[in-house]
Design a protein around this ligand. Sequence first.
Ligand SMILES: Nc1ncnc2c1ncn2[C@@H]1O[C@H](COP(=O)(O)OP(=O)(O)OP(=O)(O)O)[C@@H](O)[C@H]1O
Length: 241
Amino acid sequence: MATLTEQLTRPAVRLRGLTRSFDQRTVLDGIDLDIPAGQFVALLGHSGSGKSTLLRAIAGLDHEVVGSGQLTAPERISVVFQDSRLLPWRRVLDNVLLGTDGTEKGRAALDEVGLKGRERAWPNELSGGEAQRAALARSLVREPELLLADEPFGALDALTRIKMHALLRELWERHRPSVLLVTHDVDEAIVLADRVLVLEEGRIGLDLAIEPPHPRSYRDPLLGEYRERLLKALGVTEDHA
Ligand SMILES: Nc1ncnc2c1ncn2[C@@H]1O[C@H](COP(=O)(O)OP(=O)(O)OP(=O)(O)O)[C@@H](O)[C@H]1O
């Protein structure tokens, strides 16, 4: 039985030696990672480096990864993907409430993400940004201890993305779930997260704490040094940028 201190300090996510291969190709090669409860973490890595594979494993969506190492994650997990995955035949509020009860909670979540008044809209009446707002509302009503987000803003235009960054950070500050945000975008990672991981060759190649206070802007000169370090870890030089 864990002591109270152990319970309070226990990380939300704990991975030890997590390994996953596809067709004899090792994608995750013994990942060790602790994410403390309430931490906002971003995960960067080249295309194909295994970011989604890691996220799916933590989400409990990959049954074959079980047994390859140790994986502990909270019970209440919400996942947000690049596309909203709203069911087109359900109105927005019904999508948000799917599998839960408590209409008021759903309305409050829609209010929080800026969709008050759109409860009865159909998903195809929403813009891409609004659909992602609805997806965030759907994740919120489940009161997740851990929010996993796989490129949630990847399909949005730059201006909408910046607004969504502010929204996500605001929601995090209010609800304080642990967050693991998969992204290709170094700036998105350093503006939003308090810790950025780089996945390379199946391992966490860099684990960087981002110290500057929030709210942060892309132009914040304090972020320049972090950007450089991350681009270097990703093998992006001035010539490529
Ligand atoms: N179900 C699967 N069957 C076979 N190979 C897979 C499967 N899922 C992932 N892979 C392979 O594992 C590798 C990692 O894929 P993954 O989607 O995790 O990468 P990623 O870093 O998320 O990439 P991207 O940034 O392009 O989304 C890829 O080479 C991919 O082809």
